[in-house]
Ligand binder design. Sequence first.
Ligand SMILES: Nc1ncnc2c1ncn2[C@@H]1O[C@H](COP(=O)(O)OP(=O)(O)OP(=O)(O)O)[C@@H](O)[C@H]1O
Ligand SMILES: [Mg+2]
Length: 265
Amino acid sequence: MQSISASAEANSAKGIPIVRCEGISKFFGGVKALDSVSVSFKAGEITALVGDNGAGKSTLVKIISGLHKHDEGKLWLGDTLVDHLTPRKARVAGIETVHQNLLLCDNLDIAANVVLGEEPTRFRFGPLKIIDHHASREKARAQLDRLGTSLPDLSRPVERLSGGQRQAIAIARAIMKAHRLVILDEPTAALGLRQTEATLEVIRRVAQTGVGVILISHNLDNVFAVADRIVALRQGRIAWDVTAAETKRETLVAAMTGLLAAPAL
Ligand SMILES: Nc1ncnc2c1ncn2[C@@H]1O[C@H](COP(=O)(O)OP(=O)(O)OP(=O)(O)O)[C@@H](O)[C@H]1O
Ligand SMILES: [Mg+2]
């Protein structure tokens, strides 16, 4: 997790835009997946991104995480206009993403997947480093415990795990590494009740340290349980962007399904 000084710095940045999209469009052949989307995501704020299947949610977060390049519009990271964002550049900027079809390294064990890129080392000389496997396991264990996931043997390869266990590992890794923004695309879809509750609690705590969160979910109970703000996409356009406290569930559903026009957009 972040050091105290890093969280203090993040806390003081609360409410400041981390990512800003201005008129972003994305085409896949003849399909306009995103149609002039303008939205920003702020430090310390949990934004739920909702909408029907195919609304463009995953496409939007793939653009923010550097996996897709937008065709039109502008993308800002902080004050910097980014022309060509790559997954690596996004990571360096402190943005970590758990994609809907998540990626784990099947050839590595559970602990190695959790601490990937953040491995504690015993010895470091220039590019040469020796990973401290014991410390790696402890670090991975602590993070998984916080998410309510009990995996007795962290030396097991991840290829043998269930969908929910794999998801918990991917979330643990992203939350541990994200210094500015963590993006979770359907993070609780494969999780049990206890892990879902624990994950929502960790999301709240992460936001309190000043990290921004984008949570994509079809589960409106989860959305209302944690979101500060709700953004709904419909057919590639922003249909709703309001604070969660001002939103009634029926109104949100109406906006998502096109029965209601967006408030003052
Ligand atoms: N790589 C791709 N190639 C072609 N079309 C795509 C691709 N990715 C997304 N699309 C299309 O773009 C539109 C938006 O898809 P997207 O995956 O962003 O929706 P979503 O809101 O995440 O949906 P879901 O809730 O089902 O995950 C859909 O019409 C989809 O078919
Ligand atoms: Mg999706």
